[in-house]
Design a protein around this ligand. Sequence first.
Ligand SMILES: Cc1ncc(COP(=O)(O)O)c(C=O)c1O
Length: 444
Amino acid sequence: MGSIKMKTSIPGPKAQDLLKRKEKSVARGPFNTVLSFAEKGEGALLTDVDGNTFIDFAGAIGTLNVGHCPPRVVDALKSQLDKYIHTCFNVMMYEPYVQLAEELARITPGTHAKKTFLANSGAEAVENAIKIARKYTGRKGIISFDRGYHGRTLLTMSITSKVKPYKYQFGPFAPETYRLGYPYYYRKPEGMSNEQLDQELLDRLEHFFIAEAPADEIAAVILEPVQGEGGFVVPSKTFMQGLKKICERNGILFIADEIQTGFARTGSMFAVEQFAVVPDLMTLSKSLGAGFPISAVVGKAEIMDAPNVGEIGGTYAGSPLGCVAALEVIKMIEEEGLVTRSEKIGKDMLDRFQMWQEKYAQIGDVRGLGAMCAIEIVKDRETKEPDKEATARIVQLAQQKGLILLSAGLYGNVLRILVPIVITDDQLEEGLQVMEQVLAGVLE
Ligand SMILES: Cc1ncc(COP(=O)(O)O)c(C=O)c1O
């Protein structure tokens, strides 16, 4: 018997009541993918208030690599609750913060001395990484990349790429931020090889230092080693290493935003490992806390120590509960072999996606790294015109059949999979079968 159990259509009666209350009292700004409300989560399964059980291929947008409510994380949280909930690290320190900093230094790439600053959300980690980079270099400029996503606060929104819905009418934006090209091989100019595209983008950066802003006024480049919201775009090793070299030559810090790619998502603990690039700073969040809000900036000790005492911090930054959850997540990934599992899940999914691509002309591209896999839906393989409507229909129909899917991409035409890596083989197979049925219905 399968894991999916659909007792009602979505939204069911209880969810409809809650939706009415939500519409009255909750601002309409936050979007909702599934038109229902959660009752219970376990592993890769999520049950709603009407008793419908879904297979979750979204994992709270990449937050649940270790699954919903892993018992060891829940136990660690409960035992922490019995001791103290919060002291504020700025008032009285606690060991889990120090332990987590030690662990993050151990598991992140590079053999250099490292230090960590903890915060609450991804955007807050990115904000702090930029503050630290500016303080260390004495420079102001920040370079981010087309299709990059770094958050919704003023600075992170300013370095984020997609206009609607992230930036439209929310300006003015933070100054001294610049955006350059990131290789998107599927949509490269006709007749150009991947290698030529890499070279062209790296050359444009050199040109940028002459035409736009001098290299010695740029503090950092920040990029996602695989773009998340941008549509799971995977760059080449050549591009990543070429970019790192340009940074090194010019005293520019390289910040890897691994908020979505980190913690075993891509078939390695961190995605940058697969490009053999060692960043100066990394931003981490999402799956770090198994759903408990916590984030981190980890990097070279001398850079991390640039801000003086009192210059970075926050009331809830690095809360004890977030720290104990994160410590358990790291143990779980290592002890349960989730990096290897992510690689296997990714391979199985991509094999399946490639079979579908042969069958359906509207599947323009399939791509991914480890268990960070995506399908790009187009109206026509030749023109590659994005098909946002078909993608939205697939997400909607899948939901009615008990599969939670997410879309992404500048044009909203990418189906992206961020399934909990603890999913069982049977659940993965069941989810893929639903996905195939829905694709067949929409694309044929
Ligand atoms: C790569 C990346 N950076 C930053 C963020 C922002 O994180 P948060 O939503 O926790 O502020 C996200 C969130 O999706 C992300 O994917």
